[in-house]
Design a binder for this molecule. Sequence first.
Ligand code: NAD
Length: 475
Amino acid sequence: MYQDPVLYINGRFITAEGRKTQPITNPATGEVLGQLPHATTEDLDQCLAAAQAAFQQWKRTSPLERSATLRKAGDLLRERVREIARDISLDQGKPLPEAIAETDKSAEHADWHAEEGRRTYGRVIPSRQPDVRQWVQREPVGVCVAFSPWNFPIGQASRKVFAALGNGCTLVIKGPEDSPSGVIALARALHDAGLPAGCLNLVWGVPADISAYLIRSPIVRKVSFTGSTAVGKQVAALAASHMKRMTMELGGHAPVLVFDDADLDAAADMLARFKMRNAGQVCISPSRFFVQRKAYDRFAARFLEVIRSLKVGDGLETGVDMGPLVHERRIAAMEGFMEDVARRKGEVLAGGQRVGTRGTFFAPTVVAGLPADARLMNEEPFGPIASLTSFDSFEDGIRLANALPYGLSSYVFTESLQTATRASNALEAGMVNINHYGSGMAEMPFGGVKDSGIGSEGGSETYDGYLVTKFVTHR
Ligand code: NAD
């Protein structure tokens, strides 16, 4: 039932054929779903050579032709959504409806990039001399390498793949070994849509070895990475030492400011479910909840009521709100945070421990009363743990929200237009959501400031990282 794990090199899907493999596991059951082939050094060289050769042709195809290929791939993703989403639930663990929504959104990214790719305009610069014409044109940067994560296996890869291909670049992507099916499905959709051989190549292996090998290659002109800030800094350092452009979509520890005048019930209902989406394994997941003093008790009571009502289980079962964590390492990470909560004498208001003996389930967890130097107040949990803290003044709330080196997403709940405007100006974040959450659609720029990254994916900014600027003067 689960699709074959393969490499995709120069237009061919390749099974292990004697290569080293690693097991792919269903985090809900521990069952092995398949064996993922690791790319050899020769495979990587073939990918680079294929991407380099394909770039010479692909960059010369018309924007309309590239747009048609992307659109067709988007249609195929929509046609295949059931099977793709089932496989993502199987190897990543998220509830099926979330996997369906993620796949649909990837198709929307195909459409968006197909359209925006037709609008790569240059400009004419008025000359100082009458017979001179001078202009600026934007050109595809060249061969790109991308490293995409396991939390949104098809969604995060789509942003990179469509942004590279839509403007004439070619690429080699290393997908997430823990949850590979989404990127394979993406490669199959593009292949079946008629993407020429070599434009997209997909590999698996030991992440640090593959990234070091690919980034060093003189063929590669651009690096795109989504993952933790710590790994992002290593990848960025490597890219910088070889003067490669980069897009870095890194960690966050999103603050939520709930002001006294907010619609507290609506805020609590919305935030409790949003927090536990994908078991909290989301870089924009709300994770530090700061609630103004008068609102605290009412907000906390309602928030906990919803959290405790969430059904945890196998993502393929009907009615499940939250699936397992992606792998055993995330359970260990959650247990580490909870040990620190106990040491700091924090209050555990809900959950706090592993659920069951089969699979990697962790209970939706809420803690309170942590000091500012507790691990949870500083490190991204990337899991189903929320911490509640109260604050007094507006300035107090903003100071807490901006206290960390992260700056990805942020959330504000207030009925005051003035508070909303002041907060949106004061928050050091790439994204500010007021009284709702709305980041991540294809038409919106997605990206962080400070340690949360460099560059945006999506929106009309999406191609900025994949284009170079050329000035031409002509007499
Ligand atoms: P991890 O640090 O081992 O891996 C995180 C991701 O980075 C994986 O996809 C991995 O394949 C990749 N990676 C690791 N080292 C790499 C290297 N040298 N070169 C290229 N890619 C490399 O941790 P994990 O336990 O799998 O994931 C947990 C952490 O990852 C969390 O703390 C979270 O911050 C981060 N993460 C972030 C996002 C995001 O959307 N920003 C997504 C997934 C994971």
